[in-house]
Design a protein around this ligand. Structure first.
Ligand SMILES: C[S@@+](CC[C@H](N)C(=O)[O-])C[C@H]1O[C@@H](n2cnc3c(N)ncnc32)[C@H](O)[C@@H]1O
Length: 366
Protein backbone atom coordinates (compact mmCIF):
# COMPACT_ATOMS: atom_id res chain seq x y z
CA UNK A 1 0.00 0.00 0.00
CA UNK A 2 1.42 3.34 -0.65
CA UNK A 3 1.98 6.91 0.18
CA UNK A 4 0.64 9.82 -1.72
CA UNK A 5 3.41 12.32 -2.05
CA UNK A 6 2.61 15.32 0.06
CA UNK A 7 3.51 18.54 -1.54
CA UNK A 8 5.76 20.57 0.70
CA UNK A 9 3.77 23.65 1.00
CA UNK A 10 4.65 26.51 3.27
CA UNK A 11 8.36 26.67 3.86
CA UNK A 12 10.13 26.99 6.16
CA UNK A 13 9.16 23.76 7.86
CA UNK A 14 6.09 24.66 9.91
CA UNK A 15 6.33 23.93 13.60
CA UNK A 16 2.63 23.30 13.47
CA UNK A 17 2.30 21.02 10.55
CA UNK A 18 3.72 17.86 9.11
CA UNK A 19 1.84 15.22 7.28
CA UNK A 20 -1.69 14.74 8.44
CA UNK A 21 -1.30 11.03 8.00
CA UNK A 22 1.39 8.62 7.03
CA UNK A 23 0.99 7.25 3.58
CA UNK A 24 0.84 3.92 2.03
CA UNK A 25 4.13 2.39 1.24
CA UNK A 26 5.02 2.47 -2.40
CA UNK A 27 6.57 -0.68 -3.77
CA UNK A 28 8.74 1.65 -5.80
CA UNK A 29 10.19 2.86 -2.57
CA UNK A 30 11.39 -0.61 -1.83
CA UNK A 31 14.42 0.53 -3.79
CA UNK A 32 15.84 1.94 -0.61
CA UNK A 33 15.73 -1.52 0.86
CA UNK A 34 18.30 -2.80 -1.57
CA UNK A 35 20.73 0.03 -0.96
CA UNK A 36 23.29 -1.11 1.60
CA UNK A 37 23.14 1.26 4.50
CA UNK A 38 26.20 3.22 5.45
CA UNK A 39 25.03 3.13 9.01
CA UNK A 40 22.87 0.09 9.33
CA UNK A 41 20.70 1.05 12.25
CA UNK A 42 18.66 -2.10 12.23
CA UNK A 43 16.32 -0.97 14.92
CA UNK A 44 12.98 -2.61 14.50
CA UNK A 45 9.89 -2.96 16.53
CA UNK A 46 8.21 -6.19 17.33
CA UNK A 47 4.61 -6.21 18.35
CA UNK A 48 3.74 -7.42 21.79
CA UNK A 49 0.26 -8.39 20.70
CA UNK A 50 -0.21 -12.09 20.28
CA UNK A 51 -3.28 -12.34 18.10
CA UNK A 52 -3.98 -9.50 15.70
CA UNK A 53 -7.52 -10.70 15.13
CA UNK A 54 -8.37 -9.77 18.71
CA UNK A 55 -8.88 -6.05 19.12
CA UNK A 56 -6.60 -4.14 21.46
CA UNK A 57 -8.19 -3.13 24.73
CA UNK A 58 -5.73 -0.27 25.02
CA UNK A 59 -7.75 2.83 24.08
CA UNK A 60 -10.26 0.92 22.00
CA UNK A 61 -13.56 -0.68 22.64
CA UNK A 62 -13.33 -4.45 22.66
CA UNK A 63 -15.93 -5.01 19.98
CA UNK A 64 -14.84 -2.93 17.01
CA UNK A 65 -17.61 -1.50 14.82
CA UNK A 66 -16.54 -3.50 11.77
CA UNK A 67 -15.96 -7.00 10.47
CA UNK A 68 -13.49 -8.37 7.94
CA UNK A 69 -15.27 -10.28 5.20
CA UNK A 70 -15.06 -11.26 1.56
CA UNK A 71 -15.88 -8.43 -0.83
CA UNK A 72 -16.69 -9.45 -4.41
CA UNK A 73 -13.80 -8.60 -6.70
CA UNK A 74 -11.55 -7.33 -3.90
CA UNK A 75 -10.59 -10.33 -1.78
CA UNK A 76 -11.23 -9.43 1.84
CA UNK A 77 -12.33 -6.02 3.09
CA UNK A 78 -13.64 -4.24 6.17
CA UNK A 79 -17.34 -3.44 6.60
CA UNK A 80 -19.03 -1.28 9.26
CA UNK A 81 -21.34 -3.21 11.59
CA UNK A 82 -22.96 -0.02 12.90
CA UNK A 83 -23.06 3.66 12.02
CA UNK A 84 -19.68 5.25 12.67
CA UNK A 85 -19.18 8.92 13.51
CA UNK A 86 -16.70 11.21 11.79
CA UNK A 87 -13.49 11.26 13.84
CA UNK A 88 -14.13 7.95 15.61
CA UNK A 89 -11.05 5.91 16.45
CA UNK A 90 -11.46 2.59 14.67
CA UNK A 91 -8.13 0.83 14.90
CA UNK A 92 -5.10 1.34 17.10
CA UNK A 93 -2.53 -1.22 16.24
CA UNK A 94 1.14 -1.90 16.84
CA UNK A 95 3.15 -3.23 13.91
CA UNK A 96 4.10 -6.86 13.59
CA UNK A 97 7.43 -5.41 12.60
CA UNK A 98 8.86 -2.28 11.04
CA UNK A 99 11.55 -2.33 8.40
CA UNK A 100 13.79 0.66 9.06
CA UNK A 101 14.87 3.01 6.31
CA UNK A 102 18.47 1.86 6.37
CA UNK A 103 19.25 -1.81 6.06
CA UNK A 104 22.33 -3.79 5.22
CA UNK A 105 20.93 -7.03 3.86
CA UNK A 106 18.51 -8.07 1.15
CA UNK A 107 14.93 -7.01 1.83
CA UNK A 108 13.60 -10.55 1.41
CA UNK A 109 16.15 -11.95 3.89
CA UNK A 110 15.48 -9.14 6.35
CA UNK A 111 11.72 -9.66 6.25
CA UNK A 112 12.12 -13.38 6.80
CA UNK A 113 14.41 -12.72 9.74
CA UNK A 114 12.01 -10.22 11.28
CA UNK A 115 9.21 -12.73 10.88
CA UNK A 116 11.17 -15.29 12.85
CA UNK A 117 11.14 -12.90 15.80
CA UNK A 118 7.35 -12.60 16.09
CA UNK A 119 4.93 -14.97 17.77
CA UNK A 120 3.42 -17.85 15.82
CA UNK A 121 0.01 -16.14 15.88
CA UNK A 122 1.49 -12.98 14.36
CA UNK A 123 3.40 -15.03 11.81
CA UNK A 124 0.15 -16.75 10.83
CA UNK A 125 -1.51 -13.33 10.53
CA UNK A 126 1.27 -12.19 8.21
CA UNK A 127 1.07 -15.27 5.99
CA UNK A 128 -2.70 -14.87 5.70
CA UNK A 129 -2.36 -11.44 4.05
CA UNK A 130 -2.96 -11.06 0.34
CA UNK A 131 -0.31 -10.21 -2.21
CA UNK A 132 0.07 -9.24 -5.85
CA UNK A 133 2.93 -8.86 -8.31
CA UNK A 134 4.63 -12.14 -7.47
CA UNK A 135 7.50 -12.64 -9.93
CA UNK A 136 6.37 -14.64 -12.95
CA UNK A 137 7.91 -18.06 -13.33
CA UNK A 138 8.59 -18.55 -9.60
CA UNK A 139 6.68 -21.13 -7.58
CA UNK A 140 5.40 -19.58 -4.32
CA UNK A 141 5.67 -22.99 -2.65
CA UNK A 142 9.41 -23.09 -3.14
CA UNK A 143 10.09 -19.35 -2.72
CA UNK A 144 8.66 -18.32 0.65
CA UNK A 145 11.04 -15.38 0.96
CA UNK A 146 9.68 -13.95 -2.30
CA UNK A 147 6.13 -14.49 -1.06
CA UNK A 148 6.98 -12.64 2.16
CA UNK A 149 8.39 -9.78 0.12
CA UNK A 150 5.27 -9.62 -2.06
CA UNK A 151 3.07 -9.59 1.06
CA UNK A 152 5.19 -6.81 2.46
CA UNK A 153 4.97 -4.77 -0.74
CA UNK A 154 1.21 -5.19 -0.97
CA UNK A 155 0.43 -4.41 2.64
CA UNK A 156 3.16 -2.32 4.28
CA UNK A 157 2.42 1.19 5.45
CA UNK A 158 4.72 4.08 6.18
CA UNK A 159 5.57 4.65 9.82
CA UNK A 160 7.15 7.97 8.85
CA UNK A 161 10.82 8.20 9.80
CA UNK A 162 10.63 4.95 11.74
CA UNK A 163 10.37 2.98 8.50
CA UNK A 164 7.66 0.88 6.94
CA UNK A 165 5.47 -1.48 8.95
CA UNK A 166 3.04 -4.34 8.66
CA UNK A 167 -0.23 -3.88 10.52
CA UNK A 168 -2.36 -6.98 9.87
CA UNK A 169 -5.70 -5.53 10.90
CA UNK A 170 -5.44 -2.33 8.93
CA UNK A 171 -4.00 -4.31 6.00
CA UNK A 172 -7.52 -5.54 5.24
CA UNK A 173 -8.62 -2.04 4.26
CA UNK A 174 -9.22 -1.70 0.56
CA UNK A 175 -8.70 1.43 -1.47
CA UNK A 176 -11.00 4.25 -2.56
CA UNK A 177 -10.16 7.51 -4.38
CA UNK A 178 -10.83 11.20 -3.49
CA UNK A 179 -14.34 11.37 -2.00
CA UNK A 180 -14.64 7.57 -1.77
CA UNK A 181 -12.18 6.87 1.02
CA UNK A 182 -13.64 7.30 4.45
CA UNK A 183 -10.86 6.40 6.91
CA UNK A 184 -7.37 7.83 7.36
CA UNK A 185 -4.40 6.50 9.22
CA UNK A 186 -1.62 8.15 11.15
CA UNK A 187 1.54 6.76 12.69
CA UNK A 188 2.16 7.94 16.22
CA UNK A 189 5.80 7.83 17.11
CA UNK A 190 5.15 8.26 20.81
CA UNK A 191 2.83 5.26 20.98
CA UNK A 192 4.61 3.32 18.20
CA UNK A 193 1.21 2.44 16.77
CA UNK A 194 -0.91 3.18 13.75
CA UNK A 195 -4.22 4.92 14.40
CA UNK A 196 -7.17 4.78 12.01
CA UNK A 197 -9.91 7.38 12.28
CA UNK A 198 -13.16 7.87 10.37
CA UNK A 199 -12.75 10.83 8.02
CA UNK A 200 -16.50 11.09 7.54
CA UNK A 201 -19.67 9.52 8.90
CA UNK A 202 -19.91 5.90 7.75
CA UNK A 203 -23.15 3.97 7.63
CA UNK A 204 -23.64 0.42 8.82
CA UNK A 205 -22.95 -1.96 5.94
CA UNK A 206 -20.60 0.48 4.14
CA UNK A 207 -17.08 -0.64 3.36
CA UNK A 208 -14.26 1.15 5.17
CA UNK A 209 -11.81 2.43 2.58
CA UNK A 210 -8.47 4.10 2.89
CA UNK A 211 -6.39 5.46 0.04
CA UNK A 212 -3.26 3.91 -1.47
CA UNK A 213 -2.33 6.77 -3.74
CA UNK A 214 -2.22 10.50 -4.33
CA UNK A 215 -5.88 10.79 -5.17
CA UNK A 216 -5.62 14.32 -6.53
CA UNK A 217 -4.62 12.68 -9.80
CA UNK A 218 -6.97 12.06 -12.72
CA UNK A 219 -8.91 8.83 -13.03
CA UNK A 220 -6.64 7.44 -15.76
CA UNK A 221 -3.50 8.25 -13.78
CA UNK A 222 -4.92 6.70 -10.61
CA UNK A 223 -6.10 3.59 -12.40
CA UNK A 224 -2.79 3.07 -14.11
CA UNK A 225 -0.88 3.34 -10.85
CA UNK A 226 -3.26 1.10 -8.89
CA UNK A 227 -3.30 -1.50 -11.60
CA UNK A 228 0.51 -1.61 -11.81
CA UNK A 229 1.28 -1.52 -8.11
CA UNK A 230 -1.72 -3.27 -6.61
CA UNK A 231 -3.08 -5.35 -9.45
CA UNK A 232 -6.64 -4.04 -9.57
CA UNK A 233 -8.80 -1.80 -11.70
CA UNK A 234 -10.33 0.78 -9.38
CA UNK A 235 -14.12 0.89 -9.51
CA UNK A 236 -14.66 3.06 -6.44
CA UNK A 237 -17.49 5.61 -6.41
CA UNK A 238 -15.25 8.26 -8.00
CA UNK A 239 -13.76 5.98 -10.66
CA UNK A 240 -17.26 4.73 -11.52
CA UNK A 241 -18.66 8.17 -12.31
CA UNK A 242 -19.98 8.54 -15.85
CA UNK A 243 -17.57 10.17 -18.26
CA UNK A 244 -19.03 13.68 -17.95
CA UNK A 245 -19.00 13.61 -14.13
CA UNK A 246 -15.56 11.99 -14.13
CA UNK A 247 -14.21 14.77 -16.33
CA UNK A 248 -15.52 17.37 -13.89
CA UNK A 249 -13.99 15.47 -10.99
CA UNK A 250 -10.63 15.24 -12.82
CA UNK A 251 -10.75 18.97 -13.49
CA UNK A 252 -11.45 19.78 -9.86
CA UNK A 253 -8.68 17.48 -8.61
CA UNK A 254 -6.20 18.91 -11.11
CA UNK A 255 -7.19 22.43 -10.07
CA UNK A 256 -6.77 21.54 -6.38
CA UNK A 257 -3.24 20.27 -7.10
CA UNK A 258 -2.47 23.40 -9.07
CA UNK A 259 -3.67 25.68 -6.29
CA UNK A 260 -1.64 23.77 -3.70
CA UNK A 261 1.43 24.50 -5.80
CA UNK A 262 0.40 28.14 -6.14
CA UNK A 263 -0.10 28.86 -2.46
CA UNK A 264 3.22 27.17 -1.68
CA UNK A 265 4.95 30.00 -3.56
CA UNK A 266 4.11 32.27 -0.60
CA UNK A 267 7.15 30.59 0.97
CA UNK A 268 9.45 32.21 -1.59
CA UNK A 269 7.49 35.49 -1.34
CA UNK A 270 6.24 35.12 -4.93
CA UNK A 271 2.68 35.82 -3.82
CA UNK A 272 1.27 37.94 -1.02
CA UNK A 273 -0.27 36.56 2.16
CA UNK A 274 -3.67 37.77 0.95
CA UNK A 275 -3.30 35.81 -2.28
CA UNK A 276 -2.07 32.74 -0.41
CA UNK A 277 -5.10 32.73 1.91
CA UNK A 278 -7.43 33.44 -0.99
CA UNK A 279 -5.90 30.40 -2.77
CA UNK A 280 -6.50 28.26 0.31
CA UNK A 281 -10.11 29.45 0.25
CA UNK A 282 -10.35 28.33 -3.38
CA UNK A 283 -8.89 24.91 -2.54
CA UNK A 284 -11.32 24.51 0.35
CA UNK A 285 -14.32 25.26 -1.90
CA UNK A 286 -13.13 22.93 -4.66
CA UNK A 287 -12.62 20.20 -2.05
CA UNK A 288 -16.15 20.76 -0.77
CA UNK A 289 -17.47 20.35 -4.31
CA UNK A 290 -15.41 17.20 -4.80
CA UNK A 291 -16.07 15.81 -1.32
CA UNK A 292 -12.32 15.62 -0.80
CA UNK A 293 -11.72 16.16 2.91
CA UNK A 294 -8.36 14.63 3.57
CA UNK A 295 -5.44 16.79 4.73
CA UNK A 296 -7.66 19.66 5.82
CA UNK A 297 -6.01 19.84 9.21
CA UNK A 298 -2.71 20.48 7.47
CA UNK A 299 -4.24 23.02 5.08
CA UNK A 300 -5.80 24.98 7.94
CA UNK A 301 -2.54 24.78 9.92
CA UNK A 302 -0.68 26.18 6.90
CA UNK A 303 -3.21 29.03 6.71
CA UNK A 304 -2.67 29.69 10.42
CA UNK A 305 1.07 29.83 9.71
CA UNK A 306 0.61 32.47 6.97
CA UNK A 307 -1.81 34.46 9.13
CA UNK A 308 0.60 34.43 12.07
CA UNK A 309 3.54 35.40 9.87
CA UNK A 310 1.57 38.50 8.83
CA UNK A 311 0.50 39.19 12.45
CA UNK A 312 -3.20 38.72 11.68
CA UNK A 313 -4.20 37.37 15.09
CA UNK A 314 -7.87 36.93 14.33
CA UNK A 315 -7.18 34.97 11.13
CA UNK A 316 -4.51 32.90 12.84
CA UNK A 317 -6.95 32.05 15.63
CA UNK A 318 -9.66 31.18 13.11
CA UNK A 319 -7.44 28.90 11.03
CA UNK A 320 -5.88 27.26 14.07
CA UNK A 321 -9.38 26.44 15.36
CA UNK A 322 -10.21 24.91 12.00
CA UNK A 323 -6.96 22.92 12.18
CA UNK A 324 -7.98 21.67 15.65
CA UNK A 325 -11.30 20.49 14.23
CA UNK A 326 -9.89 18.68 11.19
CA UNK A 327 -6.78 17.29 12.84
CA UNK A 328 -9.11 15.90 15.53
CA UNK A 329 -11.06 13.98 12.89
CA UNK A 330 -7.99 12.81 11.01
CA UNK A 331 -5.49 12.20 13.80
CA UNK A 332 -7.55 12.11 16.99
CA UNK A 333 -8.28 14.84 19.51
CA UNK A 334 -5.48 13.46 21.72
CA UNK A 335 -2.80 13.79 19.02
CA UNK A 336 0.24 16.00 19.45
CA UNK A 337 -0.65 18.17 16.46
CA UNK A 338 -4.07 18.95 17.91
CA UNK A 339 -2.39 20.14 21.12
CA UNK A 340 -0.02 22.31 19.10
CA UNK A 341 -2.72 24.03 17.04
CA UNK A 342 -4.89 24.36 20.13
CA UNK A 343 -2.11 26.40 21.75
CA UNK A 344 -1.95 28.63 18.66
CA UNK A 345 -5.74 29.05 18.66
CA UNK A 346 -5.53 30.25 22.25
CA UNK A 347 -2.52 32.46 21.75
CA UNK A 348 -1.66 33.22 18.09
CA UNK A 349 1.29 35.42 19.08
CA UNK A 350 3.02 32.24 20.32
CA UNK A 351 3.22 30.90 16.76
CA UNK A 352 6.90 30.51 15.79
CA UNK A 353 6.24 32.40 12.54
CA UNK A 354 4.55 35.31 14.31
CA UNK A 355 5.51 38.65 12.77
CA UNK A 356 8.08 37.21 10.36
CA UNK A 357 6.44 39.00 7.40
CA UNK A 358 5.01 42.48 7.05
CA UNK A 359 1.71 43.03 8.94
CA UNK A 360 -1.32 42.28 6.77
CA UNK A 361 -4.96 41.37 7.18
CA UNK A 362 -5.18 38.02 5.38
CA UNK A 363 -8.58 36.86 6.64
CA UNK A 364 -10.45 33.66 7.45
CA UNK A 365 -12.27 31.07 5.33
CA UNK A 366 -15.06 32.90 3.50
C1 LIG B 1 -3.72 -4.17 1.46
S1 LIG B 1 -4.58 -5.35 0.57
C2 LIG B 1 -6.24 -5.01 1.04
C3 LIG B 1 -6.94 -6.22 1.60
C4 LIG B 1 -7.12 -7.33 0.60
N1 LIG B 1 -8.31 -7.10 -0.20
C5 LIG B 1 -7.21 -8.68 1.28
O1 LIG B 1 -7.94 -9.53 0.80
O2 LIG B 1 -6.48 -8.88 2.26
C6 LIG B 1 -4.41 -4.68 -1.05
C7 LIG B 1 -5.01 -5.54 -2.13
O3 LIG B 1 -6.42 -5.55 -2.02
C8 LIG B 1 -7.04 -5.48 -3.29
N2 LIG B 1 -7.78 -4.22 -3.38
C9 LIG B 1 -7.64 -3.12 -2.61
N3 LIG B 1 -8.50 -2.18 -2.95
C10 LIG B 1 -9.22 -2.66 -3.98
C11 LIG B 1 -10.26 -2.13 -4.78
N4 LIG B 1 -10.75 -0.89 -4.58
N5 LIG B 1 -10.76 -2.91 -5.77
C12 LIG B 1 -10.29 -4.16 -5.99
N6 LIG B 1 -9.28 -4.71 -5.26
C13 LIG B 1 -8.76 -3.97 -4.26
C14 LIG B 1 -5.92 -5.54 -4.31
O4 LIG B 1 -5.70 -6.86 -4.68
C15 LIG B 1 -4.74 -5.00 -3.51
O5 LIG B 1 -3.51 -5.46 -4.02
Amino acid sequence: MRPAKRQRRVPPEPAVGGPSSPRRFSPLRLLWLVVPAAVAGLAFFISTSTDPSIPEINGLQQAPPFVVRDIPGKGKGVVATRDIKQGELLIQEPPLFVVPKSISESPAALISRLLNNVTQANRDAFWSLSYVNFPEGLDPETHPEEVALAIFQTNAVSANNDGVGIFPRMARLNHGCASAFNVVYSWRKREQQIFIHALRDIQRGQELLTTYTETKRTRNERREFLSQQYGFMCTCAVCSLDDAASKLSDERLTAISHYYGHFATWGSESISGVEAISTINTIWKLEDEEGYWSERGQLAADAAWISAAHSDASAARFWAQLAVKWYSYELGADSELVSEVQRIAENPEQHPAWGSRKPLTVGPLV
